[in-house]
Each structure stands twice: as structure tokens, then as C-alpha cells.
Write a protein that binds this ligand. Structure first.
Ligand code: GLU
Length: 476
């Protein structure tokens, strides 16, 4: 117990640190979610830091997408967004400190000579590291290509990962790593270390792909005398063939899922299970419920397979919980008002179609399924019932429906109460099958009452007339 408490003596401060070099990636969103959960669970702060030191690849529109995506998922941050591009003075200050303490040096090696060194090391079966040709040279800022840190470690370093346990690194395999291009252009590992220190980050929770960066970051921390944050590396997200998730298999950006009509609750629930397990068998959980149960101990080491079927299941479940009005608003904002058509009809379509919807996008298909296509008269025939009998039943139904006021027709329960006695006395199949087939023109569709309720009196009667004519032409 005491040990557990000790872990949290420093206030919990965690961060999501996306690089705005692409749209918000599912992997980044999952990392954000786990950091958010951890912060909320332990009363800490969740910080958003935009790592835009790669000037060539960073774009404002990607930053916007990341911010919108996090908000859409409901992962609001407590501080930020901080931008590394706005913090160059801070990085410069620490670079100068390292120079002053003789812990960093300018390197003038050209790309070509570094490449030659690498080739030679590979041939000799040695680790490919910078061996320190410039370490003891006097190189001016003007001549330099890079700023490197002196790596004087002779012993391996060990860090404790809260998910994976102790991880040991042979520091000789790292060499004198580059930490900046110049005083105003820090490189990734350096900027991260400075920011994590300055922002008082207590726990670095990030993807497994950053494990290899950790010893480099510890090297920089130690040179600057910074405390070491706690580390937790989340398992990779895998495609169904167990390769690293890639565009080849799956949509990888949050935006694509939003555009396809997934609900944020579904995506959050699904992402939480990419590497974490709830405390009971119940997997369908809202963000607040996940937070209640969340702990790093329940995160697995092995890769987490991205199973789109499971996401679809969650989405369908969350769609079922929404009112038709809520779904209508979501569909309109996603696909535009023109997709909706008459809102009163759209509400009916959604009410009836909801159980069949996996994504909001399915609305279009469901709506289209109510248009009448050409169909064969044989569709109207129920089992071995003679066409004459079918026609008779349709005529009678037509007649009965005609007598209803529009108001009575538009009441789904009333329609059912009105026609069912006739169906029961003349055979449900013989009455309701041709009715449903006549109205839908399809082999499969929602039931006849729901169809009539959606289409309204006029359209229903027109479709019935059409069916009756089809049977007439056959009988003659
Ligand atoms: N900027 C890094 C990325 O986008 C994350 C760095 C970190 O979490 O330490 O993957």
C-alpha cells in the first residue's frame, strides 16, 4: 500500500504529445485516452503538447485535426496546447548549459561521412553508432552540422516500465546521439526531455514504439540532472494479420471513423479495449465507467488487434441508445441536410432502421431501401396461395386502408390494430406477405406496418394499386 502511494507522491501530470505531421492517428488517440484516464483517475492533469519541431512535415491543418479529434472524443486537456515551436528559447537555454558543462559538442561530420561510418560498422558487425570523431575537436557553430551529447555510460541503464517491468539498455549501442541541429533547432529526443521536465510530467505513457527512445532520453535527463519520470509503454495496435496497424488494412485516422459515421462513445469504448481489460465481463462502458475501473496494471504487454467487427458492434449498440432525433441531428451534421430529405419521414426511417444500423452512414442505404424498384409479380405470391386469392386480399386491404383518415393512418399502433383481425382471419402469410411485398418491392424489408407508417397513405395506396395491376395483367 505504502509503495503504491509513494508512486503518486508527485502530483500526476501526464501528456499527449502528437506531432502534427498527419491527422489524429488511432494510435495517438488511444494513447491520449489512456493518459486522460490516468489523469482523471488519480486527480491529475492531462496536458496537450504539439511536437512541431519537424518544420518540414508539420502543418497547421494537422494540428487542427488533432485538436478537433481529441475534443470530438471527449478527451479535453487541462493545459495546453503547448507548441514546441514556441519554446525555442527554452531549448536554447538548456543546450547552452550542456555546452558550458562540456556535456555537448558541435559535430561537423557530413551526411556522407556518417553514412560511410555506418556502412563500415555494418560490415564489421558492430553497432551502428556515432563513434565520436568530433568529440574532442574545436568546431564552431558555423562549421557544425549537429549538436551531440557526450555519452559516457559504460554500464547499461535500467528503467522500470510500469507495464513491462525492468528494461535494460546497453548504452554503448547508442553512442553520442544528436540532440539538435543548432541552438534554435532541437531534435525530438531533446525537446521531449526538456518539456517533460519543465511541464513536471510525472508519468510518460506512450506507445511501445518509443521504448527505443527511452534510454536516449534518460541520457539527456541525466546530463541535465533532471528527475526521471515513470514510464509506461502501451502495446502496439495490430492489424488482423498481427502486423503493425497500417493504412493497407484499416482506416488509421480518427477523422475517417468520424466520417464513416462512428459515434465517439463507440470509438472511445473500443480504443480502451485496445490493450486494457475491464474488471468484469462487461465490455460496453462509457468513458466515466472506464475511468472508474482504469489502472495501468490491467494493460497487457502483447499487441492489441484492431477488430473492426467489434467496433461495429459497439457502434450499433450506441446507435440503439440514441433517440431518432439525436441520430437525425448527427446524420445531418455529418452528411448535410440534403441527405435527410423531409425530416418527419427521416425520423420515421431512423426509428424503423435503427436496429439495422452499424454506422450513421447506413442511413442512406436504409432510406434508399424504401424506394420502390421494379419487381416481378411472383414476389407477391405467398407460398402456394393462388394469385387470385392474393389479389383478393390486396384489394380488400387496399379498400380498408382507403377508408382511414390520414391521421389514423399515421398512427403505427392504430394501423396494426386495424388490419390484424383481417390478417388473422384470412391467414397472416396470405395477407401480410403480399402487402409487405407490394409496398417494399423487395424480398426482405421491415414489416408492412412500419413501411406504411413511413411511406404514408398516398404512397402506400399507389404501391398497392400497382401490385394489383401486376396481378391483373397476369390473370387476364
Ligand atoms: N511526438 C511523439 C509522437 O508523435 C510522441 C512523443 C512522446 O510521447 O514522447 O509519436
Amino acid at each position: 500500500m505504502f509503495n503504491k502511494l509513494k508512486n503518486f507522491i508527485r502530483p500526476v501530470r501526464v501528456r499527449i504529445a502528437p506531432s502534427p505531421t498527419g491527422n489524429l492517428h488511432i494510435g495517438t488517440a488511444r494513447t491520449a485516452l489512456f493518459n486522460w484516464l490516468f489523469a482523471k483517475k488519480y486527480g491529475g492533469k492531462f496536458i496537450l503538447r504539439i511536437e512541431d519541431t519537424d518544420l518540414e512535415r508539420s502543418r497547421p491543418e494537422f494540428e487542427k485535426d488533432i485538436i478537433n479529434g481529441l475534443r470530438w472524443l471527449g478527451l479535453e486537456w487541462d493545459e495546453g496546447p503547448y507548441r514546441q515551436s514556441e519554446r525555442l528559447d527554452t531549448y536554447e537555454k538548456y543546450l547552452k548549459k550542456l555546452f558550458k558543462e562540456d556535456k555537448a559538442y558541435y559535430c561537423s561530420c557530413s551526411k556522407e561521412s556518417l553514412e560511410k561510418e555506418r556502412q563500415r560498422q555494418m560490415q564489421e558487425g558492430k553497432p551502428t553508432i556515432y563513434e565520436g570523431a568530433c568529440r574532442n575537436k574545436k568546431i564552431s557553430a558555423e562549421q557544425s552540422q549537429l549538436i551531440r551529447i557526450k555519452n559516457s555510460f559504460t554500464e547499461p541503464i535500467v528503467f522500470n516500465d510500469l507495464i513491462r517491468g525492468d528494461i535494460s539498455f546497453d548504452m554503448k549501442l547508442i553512442g553520442d546521439i544528436a540532440i539538435a541541429k543548432n541552438l534554435r533547432t532541437p531534435l525530438y529526443n531533446f525537446a521531449v526531455v526538456i518539456d517533460d521536465f519543465e511541464m513536471k510530467i510525472s508519468h510518460v505513457i506512450r506507445g511501445e514504439d518509443h521504448i527505443a527512445n527511452t534510454p536516449k532520453q534518460i541520457l539527456i535527463q541525466q546530463a541535465l540532472g533532471f528527475p526521471r519520470p515513470k514510464y509506461a509503454h502501451l502495446p502496439l495496435i495490430l492489424d488482423p494479420d498481427r502486423s503493425k496497424m497500417s493504412k493497407r488494412f484499416s482506416a488509421t485516422s480518427v477523422q475517417e471513423y468520424r466520417d464513416q459515421g462512428y459515434l465517439p462513445e463507440a470509438l472511445v469504448n473500443f480504443m480502451a479495449l485496445l490493450g486494457w481489460h475491464p474488471t468484469t465481463d462487461i465490455e460496453k462502458l462509457l468513458l466515466a465507467e472506464i475511468m472508474e475501473q482504469f489502472s495501468l496494471e490491467r494493460i497487457q504487454k502483447g499487441g492489441a488487434v484492431f477488430d473492426i467487427q467489434k467496433l461495429n458492434w459497439f457502434n450499433a449498440e450506441y446507435i440503439k441508445e440514441k433517440t431518432p432525433e439525436e441520430l437525425l441531428a448527427a446524420i445531418a451534421s455529418l452528411f448535410g441536410k440534403e441527405t435527410i430529405g423531409d425530416p418527419a419521414v427521416a425520423i420515421k426511417i431512423i426509428t424503423v432502421g435503427k436496429p439495422r444500423m452499424n454506422t450513421l452512414r447506413d442511413f442512406r442505404e436504409i432510406r434508399n431501401s424504401f424506394t420502390l424498384k421494379e419487381y416481378d409479380r411472383s414476389l407477391l405470391i405467398w407460398k402456394n396461395t393462388p394469385a387470385e386469392k392474393i389479389k383478393e386480399n390486396l384489394l380488400k386491404t387496399n379498400e380498408m386502408l382507403r377508408q382511414l383518415l390520414v391521421k389514423e393512418f399515421n398512427d403505427l399502433k392504430n394501423l396494426e390494430r386495424y388490419l390484424m383481425p383481417f390478417a388473422d382471419s384470412n391467414g397472416r402469410g396470405e395477407v401480410l406477405w403480399p402487402l409487405r411485398a407490394a409496398i417494399s418491392g423487395r424480398d426482405k424489408s421491415p414489416g408492412p406496418f412500419e413501411l406504411m407508417w413511413i411511406l404514408g397513405k398516398e404512397e402506400t395506396l399507389a404501391r398497392l394499386e400497382k401490385a394489383i395491376q401486376k396481378l391483373n395483367s397476369d390473370v387476364e
